[in-house]
Design a protein around this ligand. Structure first.
Ligand SMILES: [Zn+2]
Length: 125
């Protein structure tokens, strides 16, 4: 469990007014829950498509899938603000050397998108 913040004053929880709960209370980690739920959905989609999912960690935002002798590092982002250059750099650096990677992201009321290199897309990695 990471740091928590007060929903009222925004300071690190427990804040100075923590004893006045529920006036001051810890903020629910909603974005994080959403991200974890999205990661599970993406992992399930890969499983349904015949991939073997492994390395799925609770609270992580990436896992690996394998099919036909190919392993792909999958990075999942469930965020409204797209930060593609940053996410691509993260996928590239988190990914083991020589492994293919895919960035899967989704905004509300939008489809799920996949970003990868042309080489990886064509299965030549
Ligand atoms: Zn507070």
């Amino acid at each position: 469990m990471g740091a928590r913040w007060c929903a009222t004053c925004g300071k690190l929880w427990p804040c100075a007014e923590a004893t006045s709960y529920p006036l001051h209370r810890p903020r629910k980690p909603r974005t994080r829950d959403k991200g974890v739920k999205f990661e599970r959905e993406v992992a399930q989609a890969f499983t349904d498509a015949g991939f073997t999912v492994r390395g799925l960690e609770a609270g992580g935002d990436h896992f690996a899938v394998a099919a036909n002798g190919r392993t792909v590092h999958v990075e999942c982002k469930r965020q409204e603000r797209l930060r593609l250059p940053e996410w691509i750099a993260q996928a590239e650096s988190d990914c083991a050397d020589g492994l293919a990677w895919a960035l899967v992201f989704k905004q509300s009321r939008r489809p799920v998108y996949v970003v990868t290199t042309l080489e990886d897309y064509l299965g030549r990695a």
